[in-house]
Design a protein around this ligand. Sequence first.
Ligand SMILES: Nc1ncnc2c1ncn2[C@@H]1O[C@H](COP(=O)(O)OP(=O)(O)OP(=O)(O)O)[C@@H](O)[C@H]1O
Ligand SMILES: [Mg+2]
Length: 286
Amino acid sequence: MNVITAVSSKGGVTKTTLVSNLSALLADSGYRVLAIDADNTQPALSSHYPIVEQAPHGLIKLIKDRCLGPEVISKTSIDGLDIVVSDDRSDTLSEYILHEADGRYRIRQALTTIREEDRYDFVMIDTRGAKGAVLDAAMLATDIFLAPVSPDIMSAKEFYRGTVERYREIKESAKFLNILLGPLHVLFSRVDRTVDAKDVADSFRAMTEGQPDIRLLETQVPTSTVYKAAASAQMPVHLYEPTSNTKRASARDTMMSVLEELFAIHNEYDNLFQVPEISPRDGDAK
Ligand SMILES: Nc1ncnc2c1ncn2[C@@H]1O[C@H](COP(=O)(O)OP(=O)(O)OP(=O)(O)O)[C@@H](O)[C@H]1O
Ligand SMILES: [Mg+2]
């Protein structure tokens, strides 16, 4: 089981869009996927897809009782995609986590049970676009970090000061418990034709040269209205735009490319995370 978490200390960078679409694509490819909405105060992921079986509890019980039983796992309309919704709009969890000695490790501990029982192939966590204890707890449960960044140099610098610094602090603290966190994968997202994303990518690579824990993905997610339109229709974007009539890659191909690249990188790490291969056209198999 691999845990993929979208992180960014900045808001509005397409984290929820990526988590909802990548988790649905994995589920449609035949994997068993659990999404966790750890953006407790703005739980957009929780309502991204229709819920067909609503569990009585959600993120609060997951963290307080280290529980990942049926009482916290709801079923979405997408076959193979379950979700732990956030039920903590008033943000009681940040305080709670800070006051419990093992608070930041609670999500990780809860995931241990489903890992041992082999209930899911992937867990995808959406997080808040701001620093905080719930984000720390999600980071400490993560195998594969995905960090969407706007393709401009100011955003890249801000990302470096905010997200990268926090990630490294968390990674250092985890070492004392023999927890090795994987690298941070940066994905330029909402790339439009007016920016020279290649220049920004070059600057970013220069800025992070010699730092193997930060890797910029080759794949970029272009600006496209289909992401919002698919979200409004409560549909995964790979079904909303499976093919493209223009030169631009379809949203389905873009999402597939993100997953393939993430997995290819992870297979380089001596199968540390044992990521299964995903075949490009599995999506319609079900
Ligand atoms: N590739 C894209 N092109 C254009 N718009 C996009 C794209 N991806 C997402 N969006 C839109 O951008 C907005 C912000 O995306 P999203 O909510 O996923 O960001 P977020 O990082 O989760 O934000 P927050 O930090 O507030 O949780 C949404 O309206 C979404 O529909
Ligand atoms: Mg979000």
